[in-house]
Structures are given as C-alpha cells and as structure tokens.
Write a protein of this length. Structure first.
Length: 90
C-alpha cells in the first residue's frame, strides 16, 4: 500500500503530553494519527466534540442577538462611566 507524508507543527509541551498517553496505550504518534484519519474517513466526522458547551453556545447566541438588536436600533455606545451612573454602579 502506498502512503503519503503528513506533517504538522505542534507545541512541544502538547506533543510530549500526548505522546505519553499514546505510549501508555502501546502506540506511537504516527499510529494515533493514522487511527484519527481512519475514523474520520470511515465516519465522515470528527470522532470527538469540538466547540462550546450548549449553555455557552446559547449565551453567545443571545448576546449576539442582543447586540444586533442594539445596532439595528441606531443607538450609539455610551462611555462606561455614563453606564455606571445610569445603572447606579459605583
């Protein structure tokens, strides 16, 4: 079977930690990478969750919507000191 070379730059500390885990499973980095590629190729998806927790994602979406509504209303940003006074924050 023909193979091709895959190269990546990895932070040395992350590489060292990951390799310690790989070795504890009885494999080297190349084997771990081949397993990862094989799983993605087989399933058509990343074999682990990437992204924000659901609550964080919801909070980000609500904040984005609130910001967009603020912009759409034509309001201008106020200096932070004015906001502190407006909301009674010292």
């Amino acid at each position: 079977m023909a193979t091709t070379l895959v190269q990546a730059r990895i932070d040395p500390v992350i590489k060292e930690k990951a390799e310690a885990y790989f070795h504890s499973f009885g494999m080297d980095s190349a084997t771990a990478i081949r397993i990862f590629f094989a799983k993605v190729s087989e399933t058509g998806r990343i074999p682990f969750t990437i992204g924000l927790e659901t609550e964080d994602l919801y909070d980000a979406m609500v904040a984005e919507q609130a910001y967009q509504e603020y912009i759409d209303s034509g309001k201008k940003s106020k200096p932070i000191n004015n906001l502190y006074k407006e909301f009674g924050i010292k």
